[in-house]
Each structure stands twice: as C-alpha cells, then as structure tokens.
Design a protein around this ligand. Sequence first.
Ligand SMILES: Nc1ncnc2c1ncn2[C@@H]1O[C@H](COP(=O)(O)OP(=O)(O)OP(=O)(O)O)[C@@H](O)[C@H]1O
Ligand SMILES: NCC(=O)N[C@@H]1O[C@H](COP(=O)([O-])[O-])[C@@H](O)[C@H]1O
Ligand SMILES: [Mg+2]
Length: 390
Amino acid sequence: MFTAKILLLGSGELGKEFVISTKRYGCYVVACDSYANAPAMQVADESEVFSMLDAGALRNAIEKHRPDFIVPEIEAIRTEVLQDFEDKGFTVVPSARAASLTMNRDRIRELAATELGLRTSKYRYAESLEEVREGAEHTGLPCVIKPVMSSSGKGQSTVRTPDQLELAWNDAVANMRGDRKKVIVEEFIAFEYEITLLTIRSREGVSFCEPIGHRQERGDYQESWQPTPMTEKLLDDAKEMARKVVDNLGGYGIFGVEFFVTRDEVVFSELSPRPHDTGLVTLLSQNLSEFDLHARAVLGLPIPQVRLHGPTASAVILADREAERFTIQGLSNALVLGSADADVEVRIFGKPTTRKHRRMGVALASGGTVEEARERARQAASRVQIGYEP
Ligand SMILES: Nc1ncnc2c1ncn2[C@@H]1O[C@H](COP(=O)(O)OP(=O)(O)OP(=O)(O)O)[C@@H](O)[C@H]1O
Ligand SMILES: NCC(=O)N[C@@H]1O[C@H](COP(=O)([O-])[O-])[C@@H](O)[C@H]1O
Ligand SMILES: [Mg+2]
C-alpha cells in the first residue's frame, strides 16, 4: 500500500516540504503539531494535535501509529520518549541521541568543543545573573546570551556593555523553553559571513551541498543564498568538522551545520539534525532539495552527486502583527519577476494565524550572480503582502 509510514513530530514549513518529498516516494505520513491545520498537516495523510513536550501524548501517538520512521521536525520534543522507543526497536531520525543533544545547546556544545575538539566561540554556562557576569568576564564583550533551550533566536541577545547583562538575562529567562533556567554566554564572533553546510549522512556515507550563506536578524534568518564563495581550505575545514559531528551523532538524514567564517578561520556554531530553514533556498537551487535529500537518506535510497543549477537566493515573507483573519496578496506581482533568464518562485506555508515576525512564506529567485538573485528574491518577497482584516 505504501513505501513506509512516517510520524512527523512538528508540522511547520520544513515539515510540509518534507512531507511532499516523501509522498512522492509513496510514503504514508501522520503529521503532528500543537495546533490544528499546521502546514505539513495540509499535505499529510493524517494528523494529530498535541504538544511534542507532552510525554504521554507523544507515547500514545507512537503506539497508535507504530511508524517505520519517527521524524522530528522541531527541537522542542520530549526526547526521553524518543530514546525509549528507539530502545524498543523503532527508528528515530536521525537518532534519539541526535535529537536530545541538539535540543540542548550545552550538550551539543560539550560534544563539539570538548569531545570532538572543534573550534567554537569561547563560552560559559550561567544559571544566575551573577554567573552571567562571570561568564561575560571570561568571554569578554560583546558577548551573546542564549537560553540553552530555545530556537529561532528566542531569548537571545548580544550584549555590548556590562549594564545590558541584566536585561539580557531577564529576556533569556522569559523566553526560554523547557524547565532549565540556564543560558550559554558566548564570545561574539565578528565573522565576515556565516554559512549552513547541508551535510547528508546516508548508507553510502557523508556528502555535502554547496555552502549556503545567510543573513540573520533577531537570531532569525532573513535571506539565504547559494553558493557562497569560500577558499578551498576553509571549506575543507568546515566539511571536516561537519563530518566529525554527524558521524558522532549517527543515523541517516540531512543535517544543517552552522559555521561562522572569519578571515582565516571557520568556527562551529550549532546544527540541526534535520532540514534547515536557510536551506529553503534548495527548493529552487538544486536538482534535489534538502527535503528530497532528507527523504532519500531516511528511506535508504541512493544519494547522487547533488547538482547546483546556479546562483539562487531565498527571502522570507514575514507577518508584522498577530491576526487570525488575513489574506495573502500580490503573488502574481511577485511571480511576474520571473523571466527567460531568471526563475522566481513563491511558497506560501499556509499557517492559520499570524504573529509579529512569523514566517508565512518564502520567495526564491535565481540570477546571473548571487547578488542579482538576492536582489530579485528580496523584491519578490516584498511584493507579497499580508492583508489584515478587522
Ligand atoms: N557567538 C556569536 N557571535 C556572533 N553572532 C552570533 C553568535 N551566536 C549567534 N549569532 C548570530 O545569531 C544567529 C542565531 O544564532 P543561533 O543559530 O545560535 O540561534 P538559534 O536560536 O539556534 O537559531 P536557529 O534555531 O534558527 O538556528 C546566528 O546565525 C548568528 O547570526
Ligand atoms: N529555525 C527553526 C525553523 O525554522 N523551524 C520551522 O519553523 C516551524 C515553526 O514555525 P512557527 O513558529 O511559525 O509555527 C517549524 O515547524 C519548522 O518548520
Ligand atoms: Mg542557528
């Protein structure tokens, strides 16, 4: 009847594209999230609504559906439950350990910096304002303060003067996820640029996509592009570090490995053991998107050499306020930017409500150069508007 049954934990835009890729290979997908009608649910066979942090509900869903693959799509999951089911013989993608380590910044940092010896920023952990001050002494200013459990920049701030430390600590505590009142204080890396190195770990070994450059605001990605010109030496360093981490984490799937690149050095930042938001650009840039590659790696299908079509960029379409009644306008105005020499695409995620800065869609564009592609993608994104209804 179907190739494999997948239980998707988290059903946002990344999950939606992953579901489309797996449906094309004949999978049966049950999409789960904490709210109804989430993007991936709109294209899945079935859906379940519960909090992924609710151990009982998560257990019930796995037992009810008995999937071939449990695929985390978000970070905040009761990972102990994943470990239990993995121990019972279920397959967690890429592995329960990977999900658990990457959900906690301190655990993945310990693995990368201490166990694997990768170059990272200087850091300290802190569980009180007092310890935050000590941490900042160690790293120097500016420094970056992040809750150990959070994503998409939530509760994260860059501190430039000592008097800002208290505000940063309070903000981190107010926006952290989970029950650990703990932050990481990181040395601020004045990087020239930053990249996501999409790294595929499959039965056939480890392979890489061309590095993706990106620009972040408020700790959240605004635009991304491919390729990013890098010297061979720096790219090799990044690949070696990415390989070490994914081989240690184990399992099969795609990983978004994040690096800061300075003049002469690559600094490991963090990684997602799943498709990465900045990798949305691959929906247009490559013969196989990061979602196709994740699907293939998970299902044990062949992974060919990935082909980059040419310079391509993505630019996000954000809401600017909270609303339940809204319309998406201007699609045609955006798509008309496509021509014989340049592709333009828009993906609307179908999220049922908006909130300030919530990502509602993404514009994609190709160009003769990365600069040209970025400009076109930004323009296309700005032409898509959200109409808020009273
Ligand atoms: N130590 C640092 N030095 C300089 N910039 C930093 C540092 N840490 C984070 N940033 C900036 O903030 C961005 C978000 O940081 P990070 O990836 O750690 O947060 P996140 O909440 O895990 O985001 P996501 O879940 O979207 O990946 C980085 O991509 C980078 O632009
Ligand atoms: N950086 C992580 C990331 O991009 N995650 C993506 O955003 C969704 C949540 O969006 P929402 O907060 O708008 O519901 C997640 O489900 C995932 O697809
Ligand atoms: Mg990040």
